[in-house]
Design a protein around this ligand. Structure first.
Ligand SMILES: NC(=O)c1ccc[n+]([C@@H]2O[C@H](COP(=O)([O-])OP(=O)(O)OC[C@H]3O[C@@H](n4cnc5c(N)ncnc54)[C@H](O)[C@@H]3O)[C@@H](O)[C@H]2O)c1
Length: 417
């Protein structure tokens, strides 16, 4: 590509779109020039945020097609809700195929699709359009993961052998928008929403630096899920009130807790284990990402809540509830951790640097839609395992047609135990 800078348009300027926009303060050679939203005013808000940060002269566009048609836009970041993935992607591809505009790259937030079939369709569409593809899995680019993986592999693994067990957990007290809680819209509950991060970052830690994903082959998945907190009448009521009655968690819950063991074989037949845990019922200071990597003579551990300063506020400090200390903050007094630079710590800065460099150099990003497809396949296998209460050999024969019971509105642990 001849251009030296990448003009970026956002599809979706809500919570995560704005997180990305803030991260562009730390990214070179890119300008945030546009935002398209749904039927709220977040496109204008996000465009104004980009302008105020000086990361691009962004404006709100009326449609995805209009944004693709603008020659200033070279790449799109898809940050719209899960249930709009395919319609957004189809509109992009139609705009390109009908000659309205051209793109160099498309980066898409997790999950790539609500099912393995949707994720594969996203891959097919991007290939049909002949556009570079990036899968936005920020945790792989978190500085702690990058440095920890590098040190363990170049020192511990080089001298005593490769790691064999990776643990990853993502926990907070529940998503901010009603659509995340509605199984059919989101694709599931916390397993789909957050285990996509945990299974992928753990797999990444177990993969030798520079090796392709195929270095490890998934062989079986054992998972469990439950609704521990939010189906209780008191909490279901909070969800119903907070969603103008849209959510009925007593009768139509999704899982707020899930764990999975993914067993891999490396190219020499050695067993590698990923242990992932996720929940929407963790009431701590705020969002907590934890990772561990264990090898024969070494280990590493990382918690996003342990990495920065801590502040203390006495009970005399009575202010409004906020998220000024950490994402999904649960309290404002007492001893509280502060994540000093969330966009960097969670990996958004590193991820966007990588995507921008790849798109400018005409290279496929290291994390791309094929990775997103594999993550969706693992998650669907985990759902199948949890639903059937048994270990599932990977890949199960019905992977391409499998839709989790929670996404079909047919899962209720109170009724089925
Ligand atoms: N990487 C992460 O850790 C992380 C964190 C949060 C969300 N996400 C993912 O990002 C995506 C967005 O999540 P969010 O929390 O920002 O949601 P959100 O509800 O806060 O924002 C959604 C945005 O999409 C826009 N939108 C809705 N329908 C649209 C459509 N048809 N076309 C274009 N825009 C549309 C809305 O106007 C809004 O700006 C989801 O897929 C979610 O899974 C990733």
């Amino acid at each position: 590509m001849a251009a030296k800078r990448l003009g970026i348009g956002f599809v979706g300027g809500g919570f995560v779109g704005q997180f990305h926009i803030r991260s562009f303060v730390g990214v070179r050679d890119a300008d945030v020039l546009g935002v398209v939203g749904g039927d709220d005013d977040t496109a204008e808000t996000a465009a104004a945020l980009a302008r105020s940060l000086g990361v691009g002269d962004a404006k709100a566009y009326a449609s995805v097609t209009d944004m693709v048609a603008d020659p200033a836009i070279d790449a799109l970041w898809i940050c719209a809700p899960n249930f709009t993935r395919l319609e957004v992607m189809e509109e992009i591809v139609h705009a390109i195929e009908s000659g309205k505009g051209q793109l160099v790259g498309i980066a898409c937030e997790k999950p790539l699709g609500r099912t393995a079939a949707e994720a594969r369709k996203m891959l097919e569409l991007v290939e049909r359009a002949g556009v570079l593809d990036g899968y936005l899995e920020n945790q792989l680019f978190s500085p702690g993961v990058v440095r920890g993986k590098d040190i363990l592999w170049t020192r511990g693994a080089a001298i005593t052998g490769a790691p064999f067990l990776a643990r990853a957990a993502e926990e907070h007290s529940g998503p901010h928008m009603p659509w995340f809680w509605e199984g059919s819209l989101q694709g599931g509950g916390v397993l789909n929403d957050m285990m996509c991060h945990s299974v992928e970052v753990a797999r990444h830690l177990l993969t030798p630096p520079g090796s392709p994903r195929e270095h490890l082959t998934p062989v079986r998945v054992t998972a469990q899920m439950s609704c521990l907190k939010w189906q209780q009448p008191r909490y279901a009521d909070i969800l119903a009130k907070g969603s103008d009655g849209m959510l009925d968690y007593e009768n139509r819950p999704s899982e707020d807790f899930a764990r999975a063991l993914v067993e891999y074989r490396d190219q020499d037949g050695n067993v590698k284990i990923v242990e992932a845990t996720t929940s929407w019922c963790f009431v701590g200071a705020g969002l907590r990402l934890s990772m561990e990597l264990l090898g024969p003579e070494y280990s590493m551990s990382l918690s996003s809540l342990d990495s920065g300063p801590k502040v203390f506020f006495s009970r005399e400090v009575q202010g409004d509830a906020g998220e000024d200390l950490v994402e999904k903050q649960n309290a404002e007094v007492g001893l509280m951790p502060v994540v000093s630079d969330e966009e960097s710590e969670y990996g958004y800065v590193g991820e966007n640097r990588h995507m921008v460099r790849c798109f400018l150099e005409g290279k496929r990003p290291d994390e791309n839609f094929a990775d997103g497809v594999n993550v969706a396949e693992l998650l669907m296998t985990a759902y199948k395992s949890a639903e059937e209460g048994r270990t599932i050999e990977f890949p199960p024969s019905d992977l391409e047609t499998f839709v989790p019971a929670v996404a079909r509105g047919e899962w209720n642990p109170k009724k089925t135990g």
